[in-house]
Ligand binder design. Structure first.
Ligand SMILES: NC(=[NH2+])NCCC[C@H](N)C(=O)O
Length: 379
C-alpha cells in the first residue's frame, strides 16, 4: 500500500497559517497519553467554572480519570490522526508526556496537563508561531512537547514569539467575566495555595483558542483584563493584521461558538451571537447546531462526572479545506446538515469530548494552510 502523499514529502516550509478553513497541509494533533487526572487547583477551577461548577470539588483536588477512558480517548485521537493523514495532511505529534508529572514555580505547584488540546497554548499568525499565556498552572510547560516542531519551523524560517509567561501567582486571574454575570466564584478560589507577588495584580493571560483567524482579520474574545492585556500585546506586535474584540462572548475559548467554514459561511452556536460579531461578518450565512443525539457518556460507574466542555462542543470541527470538514461521527445530525450543503464530511469518532474539554479543533494546531492574509471582511 503506498503511503499517503503527506507522509512522503518532508516539511518543505515553515509555518504558514492565516485561517481555519483553507487547504490544510500540516497539523499538530495532540496526545492523551497518561491523561489520567484533572488537577483541579484554583486556576483550573476558575477556567472551567462555567461547566464544572455544579460538580466542583472543594479545594484543590486531583480528579482521577480511569485508564479505560484514557485508552478510549487515545484510540479516538489515533483514529483522528489517521483520518487526517488519509486526507493527505502531514500529521505531527507532540513528544510523549510523562506519567504523573508535577510542575512548579516559586508561587505554586500542580500536575502537568498532557499536550492534548494543542489549540489552546499557541496561535499561528501567518508565518509566526505565537505561544500564548496559559490560564492553568498545569499547562505552563505544555508547549515543551511541541518544541521539536517549533524549532524545526524556526530553522525553516518561521518567526517564533511568546507572550510574557504569566506567574499565575495568587490574585493573577481576573473574575470580571463571572462578576458581570452575577456568578459567585468563591468556590473556585477555595483552597488557593499559590503565593502572591506583591504589587503584581492582574497579568496577561490568554489562550490561542480565544482567536478566530480570518486572513488579515483576527477576532479575539476579551472577557476580562487578563485578556485585554493580551489583546493589546497582539495588536501592537502584529499591526499588519486587523484586530477585532469579541466583547466577552465567552469565559475564554470561542471555537464552540463561532467556527468559520469558508468565507461567508460559519457554524454559529446561536443567533444571539450575531450582533457581537464584526459588522462585516453579521451578513455571513450561519449554520446553527441541529439537536444533538451524541450520547452523553455515563461516568457514574467511575465515581465522578466533570464535563469541562459544554454540550456545544461538537461544533468544534476541523476544516481540511473550504469543502471538507472533520465532524464527530457520533453527531449524525450535523453531518447530515453539512452534507446537504455539499460538504464532504470526514466522520471521526470522539467519545469523551466533554470530559477532556475539547473537540477536533481543540486537538489540533494547524501550522500550514494554503490561505494567506486575505481580506475576508471587506466592508
Ligand atoms: N480549544 C478548546 N479547548 N476549545 C474548547 C471549547 C470549550 C468551551 N468552553 C465549551 O465549553 O464549549
Amino acid at each position: 500500500m503506498t503511503k499517503p502523499q503527506s507522509q512522503l514529502d518532508p516539511p518543505t516550509q515553515g509555518a504558514h497559517s492565516y485561517d481555519d478553513f483553507t487547504r490544510l497541509r500540516e497539523v499538530v494533533v495532540g496526545r492523551a497519553d497518561h491523561y489520567t487526572a484533572h488537577h483541579a487547583d484554583s486556576s483550573w477551577r476558575l477556567f472551567y467554572y462555567e461547566n464544572v461548577a455544579p460538580h466542583l470539588p472543594d479545594g484543590n483536588r486531583q480528579l482521577t480519570i480511569p485508564q479505560q477512558i484514557v485508552d478510549e480517548l487515545i484510540e479516538d485521537v489515533t483514529g483522528f490522526a489517521d483520518a487526517l493523514a488519509g486526507c493527505g495532511v502531514r500529521v505531527l505529534r507532540p513528544s510523549a508526556p510523562g506519567k504523573d508529572v508535577q510542575v512548579s514555580s516559586p508561587w505554586w505547584s500542580s500536575g502537568a496537563t498532557p499536550p492534548l488540546n494543542v489549540r489552546d497554548n499557541t496561535v499561528i499568525l501567518g508565518t509566526t508561531i505565537v505561544e500564548t499565556a496559559p490560564h492553568i498552572r498545569g499547562r505552563v510547560f505544555e508547549n515543551d512537547h511541541l518544541k521539536p516542531h517549533f524549532n524545526r519551523y524556526f530553522e525553516q524560517g518561521s518567526n517564533w514569539l511568546a507572550m510574557p509567561r504569566p506567574a499565575l501567582a495568587a490574585h493573577s486571574l481576573d473574575t470580571a467575566y463571572f462578576d458581570r454575570h452575577g456568578v459567585d466564584v468563591t468556590a473556585a478560589m477555595a483552597g488557593e495555595d499559590a503565593l502572591p507577588i506583591d504589587g503584581l495584580g492582574l497579568e496577561m493571560i490568554f489562550d490561542g483558542a480565544q482567536c478566530v483567524r480570518l486572513g488579515r482579520d483576527v477576532l479575539v474574545n476579551v472577557a476580562n483584563h487578563n485578556h485585554e492585556l493580551a489583546f493589546q500585546w497582539l495588536a501592537r506586535t502584529f499591526p499588519q493584521l486587523r484586530w477585532h474584540r469579541l466583547p466577552g462572548i465567552a469565559d475564554n475559548h470561542v471555537d464552540s461558538i463561532v467556527v468559520p467554514l469558508r468565507p461567508g459561511l460559519m457554524l454559529l452556536r446561536d443567533p444571539s451571537y450575531l450582533e457581537l460579531l464584526p459588522e462585516a461578518m453579521r451578513g455571513w450565512e450561519a449554520i446553527y447546531p441541529p439537536p444533538s443525539s451524541v450520547p452523553e457518556q455515563d461516568y457514574d460507574e467511575f465515581g465522578f462526572v466533570v464535563p469541562t466542555a459544554s454540550r456545544y462542543i461538537d461544533i468544534n470541527v476541523l476544516s481540511i479545506d473550504e469543502n471538507t470538514v472533520v465532524v464527530n461521527s457520533l453527531y449524525p445530525e450535523l453531518i447530515k446538515v453539512l452534507e446537504q450543503r455539499r460538504f464532504t464530511v470526514v466522520p471521526v469518532r470522539h467519545r469523551h469530548r466533554r470530559l477532556f474539554g475539547g473537540g477536533h479543533h481543540c486537538f489540533t494546531l494547524d501550522t500550514v494552510r494554503d490561505g494567506g492574509p486575505e481580506d475576508y471582511l471587506a466592508a
